[in-house]
Design a protein around this ligand. Sequence first.
Ligand code: HEC
Ligand code: HEC
Length: 207
Amino acid sequence: MKRALLASAFTLMSALSVSAGETVDIVPPAEGSVTTEAALEAWSRIYEVASHPRCSNCHVGEDNVPMWSGPSYGKTRPHGMNINGGESRIGAEAVLCSTCHTTKSEDWENANTTPHAAPRVAMDWQLAPVEAEWFGKSSVEVCNQLRDPDRNGDRTFMDIAEHLDHDLILHWAWKPGGGREAAPYSLQEHVNDILTWGVGGMPCEND
Ligand code: HEC
Ligand code: HEC
């Protein structure tokens, strides 16, 4: 019941965000309609996204070093120019990420067209929280992190879906420009998979 109420509240919110120019609908499947098998299939697609360079390059561990990986970088290596996010994860201890990953643009449509320029969105560029370390992590490791409120920012699966809709960096990951490979599937399909996995009980492969 509580979840049904929550779900309708979120459906309302996503309808509002559509009117603000967003395109993602947050409509979870009916309670009890998702088998564990279907939820695990959704998880395997979620992991394809989470482990993709457009996501994992920022979801790094406690060395605070963003990564350069994926076809547009040739070989996998730490971010050039000795960049380190520090404990602040925004580079406050040395050089701020926003020095190059600026948040100002007159023309967001064409902000990321130049290959090898620093990607830019209209929100502060920063490393993901250290608990959400995905780079080089296995499917089971990422799965257990993402369902653990102590390590996922205290989020339910509905909160995760909602976060995905409102995070501009995520919108960038599916439309990165500059010759970068987009994250697989689409933001809507990814949100649908999170909802399917969630309603199916957030199973992980080794449960
Ligand atoms: C520019 C760096 C960056 C990139 C690229 C990035 N993220 Fe994140 N991610 C963050 C930050 C920062 C947070 C913390 C935001 C917050 O808690 O409000 C975060 C938090 C999250 C969370 C919240 C759950 C948790 O465990 O903390 C999810 C889910 C997530 N990101 C998914 C993704 C996915 C999927 C992609 C790729 C499509 C992606 N991120 C790409 C920086 C990034
Ligand atoms: C001195 C400028 C500069 C600073 C400061 C900087 N970056 Fe970058 N960053 C770049 C450039 C340029 C690229 C793209 C390189 C390329 O495509 O060859 C890049 C790319 C990235 C990527 C890869 C994005 C992708 O998936 O293609 C991540 C992640 C990243 N930066 C994170 C950070 C974080 C986090 C900080 C702050 C701790 C930061 N950067 C600070 C210049 C900078």
